[in-house]
Design a protein around this ligand. Structure first.
Ligand SMILES: *[C@@H]1O[C@H](CO)[C@@H](O)[C@H](O)[C@H]1NC(C)=O
Ligand SMILES: *[C@@H]1O[C@H](CO)[C@@H](O)[C@H](O)[C@H]1NC(C)=O
Ligand SMILES: *[C@@H]1O[C@H](CO)[C@@H](O)[C@H](O)[C@H]1NC(C)=O
Length: 386
């Protein structure tokens, strides 16, 4: 059961955690991930919104908030001309339906969810955000042929890809499904060489796209695939956002690149935690082809590298994969040009609550979105029940 703390001990705790983690990063202790783990155990998981102070106060180009009221606005569209190529978001999603085991239900807003309903709600919210921010885009859900996803949405296609979708193999299967999808797209191009170019963005389903991310394909003209990086020594890459240029060349090189990641995963990281293997494999492939020193990922600016025949664009997580901290790490607020917010770990509740907040506000323009991001910012340090 959830124990509710009063406000003051919570603030004290936040301050203490901030102090501890800051202290640790200054000391650059090798064992710091171990200490973080024991810190995280102290987090209570909440079944309702818990707001705290907002980071980034006074910093230039960051969202400024007064409670859940934004004092400035994020940019929701850019002025980079769109060449008319379309974008398809691709995500791997499956439901684990053992209704007899998971009888407990969760309440978000006025709705009660079973465990399966809850993951469907996350998927639907993922779709809601994309359709609001990028109404022209399409979506593809890659799934287990055995899971019948009860989903009926416009511009969303469900594709079955054979494979092994058990929880502990899901990250591995995800790369395989991405590769299978790219293979199919290559075949389509061979069959119909004059078709329109359609770019792809592979993402986790616990992400909210809040602005037009398709601009990357025009802003950075020469990449085949793009990944997101952050200033984190052990795991500088996050696999939650991978963009692929939809030219036959782009698809082909992205496929070869992902096949190498898959191969490294299978040979080196099968024993890694089920959530991390793909990220470790991704970084391993990149490291084996290019020299990176410690400073490479220190600056949140995009850069391009040739890796095994592919031009790989590195995009800062800060803008394309913004994540509230997992109790530690960098947390300097939300930049005004943020495009994608990632509700990692125990923040799926916050994703649903954020959508409800946005949908109930009178405006879903950049104003409503900015207010919603103030909610995310002030709540991002909280761990939730799902
Ligand atoms: C629009 O373009 C101008 C000139 O290229 C640039 O300085 C400005 O930052 C751009 N604005 C946005 C919102 O991207
Ligand atoms: C889960 O299983 C129950 C009982 O077998 C069934 O009624 C329900 O439709 C299933 N849900 C999904 C999403 O497959
Ligand atoms: C938004 O809110 C309205 C009114 O409460 C509700 O009917 C609708 O289903 C909501 N839409 C989404 C996509 O959540």
């Amino acid at each position: 059961m959830i124990v509710c703390y009063g406000w003051r001990p919570f603030l004290l705790f936040v301050t203490l955690v901030f102090f501890l983690t800051h202290f640790l990063s200054v000391m650059e202790l090798q064992q710091d991930s171990h200490v973080k783990d024991s810190n995280q155990k102290k987090y209570k998981k909440f079944d309702h919104l818990v707001l705290g102070p907002t980071a980034g106060e006074g910093l230039p180009n960051r969202l400024q908030c007064k409670g859940t009221k934004a004092l400035n606005k994020i940019q929701i569209s850019s002025n980079i001309s769109n060449r008319g190529d379309s974008v398809t978001f691709v995500t791997v999603f499956t439901v684990y339906n053992n209704s007899n085991v998971d009888s407990k239900s969760t309440i978000v807003g006025k709705v009660s969810y079973s465990k399966v309903d809850r993951s469907m709600a996350v998927l639907n919210t993922f779709i809601n955000f994309i359709q609001l921010a990028m109404p022209e885009s399409n979506m593809v859900i890659l799934t287990d042929p055995a899971s019948r996803i009860p989903l009926k949405r416009n511009k969303v296609t469900v594709y079955s890809v054979e494979g092994e979708y058990s929880r502990d193999k899901l990250m591995l299967q995800r790369i395989r499904s991405y590769i299978a999808f790219l293979e199919k797209k290559l075949e389509d191009h061979t069959r119909n060489p004059n078709q329109k170019i359609n770019n792809y963005i592979f993402t986790d389903a616990d992400m909210a796209v809040v602005a037009d991310v398709a601009e990357i394909f025009n802003k950075y003209e020469n990449f085949h695939l793009a990944v997101t990086f952050r200033n984190n020594k052990q795991q500088p890459l996050n696999s939650g956002f991978i963009a692929v240029r939809g030219t036959p060349d782009g698809i082909q090189r992205a496929k070869v690149f992902l096949e190498e990641v898959l191969n490294v995963y299978v040979t080196k990281y099968m024993k890694a935690s089920r959530m991390l293997g793909d990220q470790l494999a991704l970084y391993s492939v990149i490291k084996s082809h290019t020299f990176f020193n410690e400073k490479t990922f220190g600056k949140a600016e995009a850069f391009l590298e040739e890796i095994n025949g592919a031009s790989v664009l590195f995009l800062p997580c800060l803008i394309y994969n913004w994540t509230p901290p997992e109790g530690a790490g960098q947390f300097h607020g939300i930049p005004l040009n943020v495009k994608v917010v990632h509700f990692k770990g125990s923040r799926k509740r916050l994703m649903l609550e954020s959508w409800n907040f946005l949908n109930s506000s009178s405006s879903s323009s950049s104003h409503g979105l900015s207010d919603m991001l103030c909610l995310v910012l002030s709540s991002g340090r909280t761990k939730y029940d799902f």
